[in-house]
Design a protein around this ligand. Structure first.
Ligand SMILES: Cc1cc2nc3c(=O)[nH]c(=O)nc-3n(C[C@H](O)[C@H](O)[C@H](O)COP(=O)(O)OP(=O)(O)OC[C@H]3O[C@@H](n4cnc5c(N)ncnc54)[C@H](O)[C@@H]3O)c2cc1C
Length: 290
């Protein structure tokens, strides 16, 4: 197996184009497991660890541009205020060691339906920036990025450059159920984001469909009910029945399976509970911020 080690982004893109069979590796927390278990045997590894550009984040253009190589540990330490949903999800990833190596770009590369970064990225309307040497840069909405179980919209000659996310305009929440409290793959996960600036609600569901998904009907329903009751302006209490109905609609959006980690019925039920609780926590934060 060849080992390719670019030191600049343009070199990385050129190597990607020349070696379509090369497997990109960033933190290696997914790739090394796959190699060790012989699930993948690529012709070459394309190590992105020396490409400094990927490890940068910046807040230009009204959006945070989070380099694909920024680790969970740094999201937690540096971006908790701007990207609270992603930071909450990052705190639940693996162990401190995994959070020091693992990256949001790697989570997107693996595109597992259980990846913890996906629900908050969906709830925040994030956009994935990808690039190839031949065609330059393109932006893909997170909602269009996940194309199947562990499949994404990347072309063979493309690499993920960054994720573009608007800094939170309102409270965000993330909730995850696992078979134990830490170091666990989600049985189900849910993220929500309130966007009071435009009277909208964002959602993201993990581990309960072939890909991470949004609960679009639940989003529209809740935003509409909040608007017609004048709650965005009054910041009145969130009616319990509304939160419950939102939870049921989130659960209805899922298409979970039975597997070793949980049954489809449990996944649906846990989603309805998490969504009801998460939106209530977020709404209470919104009221307190007045
Ligand atoms: C013990 C353990 C616990 C874990 N716990 C969790 C957890 O709780 N939650 C969770 O979501 N995940 C968990 N994971 C999985 C893993 O840590 C995450 O998916 C992490 O985000 C992967 O990031 P990485 O940088 O290590 O990716 P890598 O392993 O380097 O790469 C992952 C995939 O992304 C591709 N890739 C990486 N960078 C790019 C790029 N710039 N462009 C294109 N493709 C790219 C690679 O080719 C590969 O297919 C765990 C893993 C382990 C080993």
């Amino acid at each position: 197996m060849d080992f390719l080690q670019p030191t600049t982004w343009s070199e990385a893109l050129a190597m990607r184009a020349e070696h379509p069979d090369a497997l990109a590796i960033q933190g290696g927390t997914d790739v090394m497991v796959d190699l060790n278990f012989d699930r993948r045997r690529p012709g070459a590894l394309l190590d992105l660890g020396r490409v400094a550009e990927l490890r940068e984040w910046a807040g230009d253009d009204g959006r945070i541009r989070l380099g694909a190589g920024v680790t969970y540990a740094r999201v937690i330490a540096e971006l908790g205020a701007q990207l609270p949903g992603l930071a909450m999800a990052s705190r639940t990833v693996g162990s401190p060691q995994i959070r020091m190596r693992g990256t949001v770009g790697g989570n997107l590369g693996s595109a597992s339906p259980a990846g913890d970064a996906h629900p908050p990225l969906l709830a925040a309307d994030a956009v994935v920036e990808v690039e190839s040497a031949a065609r330059g840069t393109r932006e893909i909405a997170a909602v269009d990025f996940y194309t199947g179980v562990k499949r994404n919209a990347l072309e063979p000659d493309e690499l993920i450059t960054a994720v573009l996310i608007a800094p939170a305009a309102g409270p965000q929440q993330f909730s995850k159920v696992g078979t134990r409290n830490a170091m666990v793959i989600a049985v189900s996960a849910f993220a929500c984001a309130l966007h009071p600036d435009r009277g909208a609600v964002g959602t993201g569901i993990g581990s309960a469909a072939p890909t991470p998904i949004r609960a679009v009907e639940a989003e529209t329903f809740l935003a509409g009910e909040l608007a017609s009751a004048g709650l965005w302006d009054s910041r009145g209490e969130l009616p319990e029945a509304l939160a419950t109905s939102f939870g049921e609609r989130v659960a209805a959006a899922a298409s979970p399976i039975d597997d070793v980690r949980g049954s489809a019925a449990y996944r649906r039920h846990s989603l309805s509970v998490m969504a009801r609780r998460a939106v209530t926590w977020a709404w209470n934060d919104f009221r307190k911020a007045a």
